[in-house]
Each structure stands twice: as C-alpha cells, then as structure tokens.
Design a binder for this molecule. Structure first.
Ligand SMILES: [Cu+2]
Length: 257
C-alpha cells in the first residue's frame, strides 16, 4: 500500500519540519535593529508559505484519493469553471501584492541611513582579509589573513554605525549571520549599510562572495560592547599602530564558506 508523505515522515518528523519552519529555519537570533526587521518580515512569510503549501498538498491528496480511477467510465467533462478560475487568479495576486508591500516596507527600513551616524567605519575587503578604519576615532584595525578569527570590528551597542563597504581588487561580501543582512563590496561601487546593534557579544563574520583561492580565509569577528567599553577601546588604540587580532594560526583544512 502506498503511504502518504506525512505517514512516511511519521508524526514526529512532521512536527520537526513544521517546527524548523516556524523557528525561522535555523535562522540565528538577530543582534541588530535592522536584523530584527528582517525577522519580523520572515516569520509571517514562512507561516503564510507553510499554510499555502499545506492547503495545496491537502487539495492534491484529496483529489488523488477522492477521484482515483475506479472503472473505465469517463468522468463528467467540464470545460471551464469561471468562479474557481477567478478565485485562483485573484487570491495569488493578493498574496503576492501583500508580500510585496511588507517586503518593500522592510527593505526601506533596513536600508534606512541615519542622518548623523554615531560611528563611521570604512570596511575594506581585500584578498585575503579585512581592514576597518574608524574615521573620527582614528583607529585602524587590519587583518593579514593569518589567523582563524580575523581582524576584529568593535561596535558600540545601541548606537548606529555606518559601514562604508570598499574593495579595490575583486568583489567580496560582508556577512555576519546574526545581522541577518549581507552586502557586497564591489570595486568602483561604494556600498554602505547602517547597523544598530542591540546586544553585546562576539559574532563571527566572513566573506560571502567567492573571491579567489583563499576566500575561505576571509574571516573577521564583530565584538559588540557597551558605549563605555567602546570609548575605552578607542582611547587605547587611537592614532597608534594598526590593531591586529590574528593570534591563532589556521589549522590545516579548517574553514568553509
Ligand atoms: Cu571571498
């Protein structure tokens, strides 16, 4: 006897699948205001997608069972059914329009630039590391691709930092999973993003655009600290030698993405 998909998965399997969907498919908890906006968009979207998917699967299963071939008699042939055609044209248009409106609103919010950001950092990606230049604070953090953690970008919590994304060699991409946003660094095109961290902690970032053989080396870390800690860090490092935080040598075979 043929088993239905839910039967094959078993009830625990189905619960896990639905649970993963509802929990944001393993999406990390956002640590910035911009990331929180993305999650606010994602959660209702995934619920709507699961609802539509479940409805379609249910209809398909129902018609397979209810209208399966029982004998050689041809079923009643219907050329058209205007009300149903209107429903299945109008409902998807409404869903897509709704997704467009909330998607556009979230994009606008995430893209919003502060008129006067609290901190401005030039983020330069190069083969094979990153350099962070704090314009007003006069701090330079430079990586050389030798460590496992990469250079460290220090950001104050609750304040808006403008990141100017610059590349002079090839395209790279600035990605911190917990920010829930990702932006390319393209030679000749200076992208910029604003981030407003909401939680202190250390998070790992990486280049998310294949940029050559040692692309995997392009790690960096982001340390979100309190305003006082940020000021102390700036005072300690301003105007001096470039800050480097690449103590550990990478292990053979380590690193992916
Ligand atoms: Cu890369």
């Amino acid at each position: 006897m043929r088993r239905t998909i839910p039967a094959r998965l078993g009830r625990p399997g189905l619960v896990v699948v639905l649970g993963a969907g509802l929990a944001g498919c393993g999406m990390p908890d956002p640590v910035t205001e911009q990331g929180e906006s993305v999650r606010t968009l994602w959660n209702p979207t995934i619920v709507a997608a699961i609802a539509v998917g479940a409805f379609v699967w249910a209809l398909a299963l129902w018609s397979v069972v209810r209208y399966r071939k029982r004998n050689e008699t041809l079923p009643t042939q219907v050329a058209e059914h205007i009300p149903i055609e209107i429903v299945y044209t109008v409902v998807p248009i409404l869903i897509v329009a709704g997704l467009f409106v909330v998607g556009a609103a979230t994009t606008t919010k995430v893209e919003e630039k502060a008129e006067d950001p609290d901190v401005v950092v030039d983020v330069e990606g190069f083969q094979w590391s990153w350099q962070f230049t704090y314009i007003e604070e006069d701090v330079l953090v430079s990586g050389d691709g030798s460590g496992t953690d990469g250079p460290e970008l220090v950001l104050p919590v609750g304040q808006t930092t403008r990141l100017n994304l610059i590349s002079d060699d090839v395209a790279h991409s600035f990605w911190v999973p917990e920010f829930l946003t990702k932006r390319d660094l393209i030679p000749g095109i200076d992208n910029e993003i604003d981030v407003t961290p909401t939680e202190t902690g250390t998070y790992r970032g990486r280049c998310a655009e294949y940029c050559g053989l040692d692309h995997w080396r392009m790690y960096f870390s982001v340390r979100i600290v309190t305003a006082e800690e940020f000021e102390a860090w700036v005072a300690e490092n301003a105007g001096g030698d470039p800050v480097s935080a690449e103590a550990d040598a990478p292990e053979e075979g380590e690193g992916s993405g």
